[in-house]
Design a protein around this ligand. Structure first.
Ligand code: ASP
Length: 360
């Protein structure tokens, strides 16, 4: 993996702004969005709350605004999923939820911030597969994903797609592999930093092809996609929650999806297996976390609100449009989440070590 020299991520003027409605909505509300809970509150009728953070005691949790921390830039796939479930969760919990984007270091800056936050249930982290790759990628990671957090539950598993900029020459996976090999010093690959899903996919692509990509890191794949749409970078691998609409509208070149079977939302998009690089197989699981030591009542309250949100019609239909779905209820439990995190850490460690990639 080579880092790009002199390519300023996202800085290029004139990069066309987004045109996907979910992202447009997210961009409008970039930074912080208050998802108000109707005064009716949750099904038990408890009333909405004041703005200041709660008293820390679990009794009567929640009684104040909750912050959902997203480790990547607004408008990207992790941000989109977070905003989708935050709304029904706010209604269920009867308080406001603010979405805060804390970018940097492939998601580890946000994770460290939440690991060190008060375990009072008012700071919640949304993170993904990056939670399981960071321990191997960052030898000096300042937190332990399995010790410093209480898992709340898995949310969704999102397929990834390999896409190219509108004017990028290759039109098929076969052409992409040949073109990248022939132009390896010129071709650029965008990702959201070491620890991001887009970086992991790039790592799998390099391992499967033996090609050493020039990677351009961004604070999120939202801004990366903007630059790709503006032909500022050549190709990337990103979640359907960020790419599906651009692929459906043929605004980008599309080469493959990283799932064993083609997906309903993109029936004409071949799999990486069909494209001859079947080892590039990954779906991006997402889950919610609170700081370690948070009382069980808080974990239970957030989990039950999550279970309701995952059955919400708007969440189900929106995720389907974006090529994915909520996880099954029995996988959205704290225990199932903790087990999945542990098994993923063990799955990715040897693959990352084999690739010889570490941060810093
Ligand atoms: N989740 C994306 C990634 O890891 C980044 C983002 O959400 O913006 O690549």
């Amino acid at each position: 993996m080579r880092q790009s020299q002199g390519i300023e991520p996202g800085g290029r003027a004139g990069a066309p702004r987004t045109h996907t409605r979910y992202r447009a909505a997210a961009m409008l509300a970039a930074g912080a969005l208050i998802l108000g809970a109707c005064t009716g509150g949750s099904s038990d009728g408890s009333s909405g709350a004041d703005a200041s953070a709660g008293g820390g005691e679990a009794g009567g949790y929640p009684d104040a605004q909750i912050t959902f921390v997203v480790p990547f830039a607004a408008g990207g796939p992790t941000d989109t999923v977070t905003r989708l479930i935050a709304e029904p969760m706010a209604t269920e919990l009867g308080v406001e939820i603010v979405v805060q984007n804390v970018e940097g270091a492939g998601g580890t800056v946000a994770a460290e911030q939440v690991a060190n936050a008060e375990p009072d249930g008012y700071t919640v982290l949304m993170h993904h597969i990056g939670m399981s790759t960071a321990p191997t990628l960052y030898p000096d990671l300042p937190y332990d994903p399995t010790e410093d957090f209480e898992p709340i539950g898995l949310v969704t598993e999102v397929p990834m797609t390999i896409i190219g900029s509108p004017n990028f020459e290759p039109n098929t996976m076969e052409e992409l592999l040949a073109y990248v090999e022939e132009n390896i010093d010129e071709v650029t690959y965008a990702n959201a930093g070491i620890g991001a899903a887009s970086q992991l996919c790039g790592l799998l692509f390099e391992t499967a092809t033996g090609l050493d990509l020039t990677e351009v890191p961004y604070d999120g794949t939202g801004p990366a996609l903007d630059d790709l749409l503006g032909d500022q970078v050549d190709f990337m691998c990103d979640q359907t929650t960020n790419t599906a609409e651009n692929i459906q509208s043929e605004a980008v070149k599309a080469y493959a999806v990283t799932t064993p079977e083609r997906i309903e939302a993109l029936p004409d998009l071949p799999t990486t297996e069909e494209g001859g690089i079947g080892d590039v197989a990954v779906t991006v699981w997402h889950g919610l976390y609170v700081p370690g030591g948070a009382p069980q009542e808080i974990v239970d309250a957030l989990n039950s609100a999550l279970l309701v949100a995952l059955q919400d019609e708007n969440v189900i239909s929106s995720l389907a449009d974006l090529g994915t779905a909520p996880v099954e209820q029995d996988r959205a439990t704290p225990d199932a989440h903790a087990e999945h995190l542990q098994s993923q850490i063990e799955l990715w460690r040897p693959i990352i070590e084999e690739a010889g990639v570490t941060a810093g």
